[in-house]
Design a protein around this ligand. Structure first.
Ligand code: GLU
Length: 510
């Protein structure tokens, strides 16, 4: 088995593209096959610098490593179509020579006029079997005239001569049998006026030369497949034609239609793997990575957009997906892009990741906020918060108080819980803490609990919220004793003192 991911570097790679790459990769891994990356950059008008690097970086971030591709090498290179330019003309010529294609000299102006004339009659112009005999092409000229025009250097295209009155059958691994009536198909351009092949020609020629056995791609390519099947036939390559599998559309989070890049901006959610900065703000996007997603969670989420294992299991590592994946379980109907589900996967991943690894992933955002912390501190910090956050970037946001004094107190709680008359008792608590020698989490838990029980004259319900809010500002933090231990004795005592003053003031203003 040889599969390929064949993106065009026309901008940032949409998350749907990552899913296509992932499914190809998983299938290759499962079957002991080879996963090839091919860059389809023959459309010079749509080429965007930086897009190829983006594709590679996005795949690498997800752990989807091609075995052959640009910069990687392999037996069937080069893997960038712009570097294979010299190949395609011969194949186009073969098509002409065998009567499966023809030269077309129609100028852009002529074609534009034709389209306008059709539109005026509320019809849509299609360059197909019904009009080809009225057009300016080698089918309507004698051989000498064709020769002369070719020799004159005027630009021309080569078009596929789609056979008439035939059913083109496609057997698709996801959709079973799909049929196209050939009369519905246009005579697609194979070679453009600039001497570059179109997607269709280059794609089929390269799949053949690179010995691709399975073409797995998005559903939007299904109509093109009819032309591709005709091309395999025209070249006489039907015996080695790859098997096709067209993946279901990814649908908008709500409502009708497929997920688009605009949905991301509209809903404030990522629909690209990595951030992309364009000169135009409307073409700049925040990525899953920058949003604070763990790549494992993104891969897990994407795997389920159009596939499921047929069991209850939802959490899969990339290696487990490679084991479990199968084409038979790819769905036919569109898969809804459910961002809450993506968040859920991320939470599960954070909880399941060990603290040392998580500390490494969280450190950059801690440092970016201007804080410093050693590894032990980082590990305890992430360990305490990992069940309370959704994104990598949430750690430092929700847990800033591990690195600097509390910025704001939950005042409502203070108004309810702070009794100025108890201040003397709380001062005793500060003193009690000051006198402690062992400030390990276990000892803090044991001793402070004992103090509350035996010496405070107040219940847990009166003391713990005050301790929490004085040290962290919030009721939503982690275990209060573990948190105190990590902050350290002096810091806790200083926060308590500051807290008591602030709480008195809050009460006075109330
Ligand atoms: N270059 C096409 C794309 O951008 C490839 C489609 C295919 O896989 O054949 O998606």
């Amino acid at each position: 088995m040889r599969v390929r991911f064949a993106p065009s570097p026309t901008g940032a790679l949409h998350i749907g593209g990552v899913r296509t790459a992932l499914y190809n990769y998983l299938l290759a891994k499962k079957m002991g096959g080879t996963f090839v990356l091919r860059i389809e950059d023959t459309d010079q008008k749509r080429y965007v610098p930086g897009a190829e690097d983006y594709i590679l970086e996005a795949l690498r971030w997800c752990g989807i490593e091609p075995e052959e591709g640009p910069g990687i090498g392999g037996e069937y290179g080069p893997y960038r179509q712009s570097e294979r330019k010299h190949l395609y003309a011969d194949y186009a010529q073969q098509l002409v020579d065998s009567g499966n294609a023809y030269y077309a000299f129609d100028t852009d102006e002529e074609l534009t006029k034709m389209r306008a004339d059709y539109e005026a009659e509320k019809k849509v112009f299609k360059y197909d079997h019904s009009v080809r005999r009225q057009m300016n092409n080698s089918l309507t000229m004698d051989a000498d005239a064709v020769k002369a025009r070719l020799a004159s250097g005027e630009p021309y295209t080569i078009r596929l001569k789609v056979p008439t009155d035939e059913l083109v059958n496609i057997s698709d691994l996801v959709r079973d049998k799909v049929q196209f009536q050939s009369n519905e198909l246009d005579d697609k351009i194979m070679m453009k006026g600039d001497g570059m092949p179109t997607y269709h020609l280059a794609n089929v020629v390269d799949d053949h030369l690179m010995k691709i056995t399975h073409v797995i791609r998005g559903e939007e390519w299904l109509p093109s497949t009819a032309h591709h099947v005709l091309l395999y036939r025209a070249f006489g390559w039907e015996d080695t034609m790859p098997k096709f599998a067209h993946l279901p559309l990814i649908l908008k989070p709500t409502g009708k239609g497929k997920l688009s890049k605009r949905d991301g901006a509209k809903l404030g959610i990522p629909v690209f793997p990595l951030s992309w900065n364009d000169d135009k703000p409307e073409d700049s996007f925040v990525g899953f990575r920058e949003f604070g997603f763990d790549p494992g969670a993104v891969v897990n989420f994407l795997a389920f957009l159009g596939w499921n294992p047929g069991t209850e299991q939802e959490m899969f590592s990339l290696a487990e997906l490679c084991e479990a994946f199968s084409v038979e379980k790819i769905g036919k109907s569109g898969a809804r892009f459910d961002f809450d589900k993506a968040k859920w996967f991320n939470q599960q991943y954070l909880m399941a990741t060990d603290n040392a690894q998580l500390a490494k992933e969280v450190r950059p955002s801690v440092e970016a906020a201007g804080y410093t912390a050693d590894d032990d501190m980082m590990e305890s910090f992430v360990g305490m918060l990992k069940e309370r956050v959704t994104f990598i970037t949430d750690f430092v946001e929700t847990g800033y108080y591990f690195f600097e004094p509390v910025k704001a107190y939950e005042e409502k709680m203070i108004r309810k819980k702070w009794k100025p008359d108890n201040r003397a008792k709380f001062e005793e608590l500060s003193q009690f803490i000051t006198n402690m020698e062992d400030f390990s989490p276990e000892n803090v838990t044991e001793k402070v609990k004992a103090w509350i029980n035996e010496d405070s004259g107040m219940g847990f319900g009166a003391v713990l919220p005050i301790l929490r809010i004085a040290t962290s500002g919030t009721m939503k933090g982690p275990d209060v004793f573990a948190m105190m231990s990590l902050l350290g004795k002096e810091e806790v005592v200083s926060r308590l003192q500051k807290g008591y003053d602030a709480f008195d003031a809050i009460k006075n203003n109330a």
